[in-house]
Ligand binder design. Structure first.
Ligand code: ZN
Ligand code: ZN
Length: 360
């Protein structure tokens, strides 16, 4: 039976053949994982145009690679570069493609030096495997659902332990603790907890600030079996004032407009336009300083980017976030974010956490 990883390798190999390459060298660990199932921290993968493949890793992963991988494995006694070059020489490969966005200058020079004189390294088009990864299969969707559920349960559990006067760092630590206890591999990114005017910083790092009366922004994600979730929720500590309520409703309206615009065939940019148009009705579009969302999967940020200039057509099976926000210096910021799954007719909002205005 062909495994899902083999099916993916067959597709990658077809591209290698189309590009007239003898083989494609995969250096991104996430791409290696996607194409082989290998989760070690040191690996390269060579995929031949006939879909055979060789994984290169080091002796720490002798046992693990045997358990996880169903293609040929070479355990390199020294640097992977030498092992890859030896394979290229042995198989008399001439044209080897590499992932330009996943290699640095030193590594490329090292490979070039180690390769036989006849062999040449050529850049493959950027984002070749990323394109494959954008559309999730059933197994991946299952894992994303699990990551989303853990994330929402962790927020609920952490908020139960919330006390006025707690520091942002302490609440972030509580969220991470609850998330791991619920089965997460770990946070998908550094948990953001920003209170009061600090919520105006879209990527605030939690600090020693004590959380008092006022707004509270929490942006959190969990990895489950390698797959990410992402959610932002707001809470108001105490009784929300009129301005907070007004801006919250505007952002929620924009977020719902974004969700309503999602369906297979729509462009990523059209979804971004939908949130921006709604905020414009509330004269808040200038305060929305980032894109509407992003794909997620083995990484927290993957394609497509739901921004003004992304022409990617959405496809059923893409997992993306919808997260408009409004940031006002000196006042604070409001962002609402869900993880959603693109379907043929629209989308399914995976995040179960309610979005009603929350006072705690
Ligand atoms: Zn987020
Ligand atoms: Zn996000």
């Amino acid at each position: 039976m062909t495994t899902i990883e083999e099916t993916r390798r067959i597709r990658a190999a077809a591209w290698a053949a189309d590009l007239d390459l003898d083989a494609l060298l995969i250096t991104s660990l996430q791409n290696v994982r996607y194409l082989t199932g290998f989760t070690g921290s040191s690996a390269n993968l060579l995929i031949y145009s006939d879909a055979r493949a060789v994984l290169f890793t080091d002796p720490r992963y002798t046992v693990q690679s045997k358990q996880q991988v169903n293609c040929e494995v070479t355990i390199a006694r020294g640097p992977l570069t030498g092992a890859v070059a030896a394979e290229v020489k042995r198989k008399r490969l001439i044209k080897v493609g590499f992932e330009p966005e996943h290699i640095n200058v030193a590594r490329l020079e090292g490979l070039t030096k180690a390769f036989p004189a006849k062999a040449k390294l050529v850049p493959a088009p950027e984002g070749l495997i990323a394109k494959l990864r954008m559309v999730k299969d059933e197994g991946e969707v299952k894992l994303i659902r699990a990551a989303v559920d853990i994330n929402s349960s962790a927020l609920a559990a952490a908020l139960k332990r919330f006390k006025v006067g707690m520091t942002e760092t302490a609440l972030a630590a509580e969220i991470d603790y609850q998330s791991r206890k619920l089965g997460a591999d770990g946070p998908a990114f550094d948990t953001i907890v920003a209170s009061g005017a600090r919520a105006a910083l879209p990527h605030a790092r939690p600090g020693a600030a004590r959380i008092g009366i006022g707004m509270l922004l929490i942006d959190m994600g969990a990895f489950k079996n390698g797959y990410a979730s992402d959610m932002t929720r707001m809470a108001y500590v105490g009784k929300a004032d009129a301005k907070y309520k007004r801006v919250y409703r505007a952002v929620l309206e924009a977020q719902l407009a974004g969700i309503a615009a999602v369906r297979a065939g729509a462009s990523a940019a059209a979804v971004d336009r939908a949130t921006r148009r709604t905020l414009k009705l509330h004269s808040l579009e200038r305060e929305f300083v980032h894109s509407t969302g992003h794909g997620l999967g083995l990484e927290i940020h993957e394609g497509p980017r739901l921004g003004k200039s992304d022409k990617t057509k959405l496809e059923a099976g893409m997992a993306i976030t919808i997260e408009p926000g409004v940031y006002i210096e000196g006042w604070g910021g409001i962002r609402i974010e869900d993880t959603v799954l693109v379907t043929q007719t629209g989308c399914e909002v995976l995040t179960p956490t309610p979005k009603d205005l929350l006072e705690i």
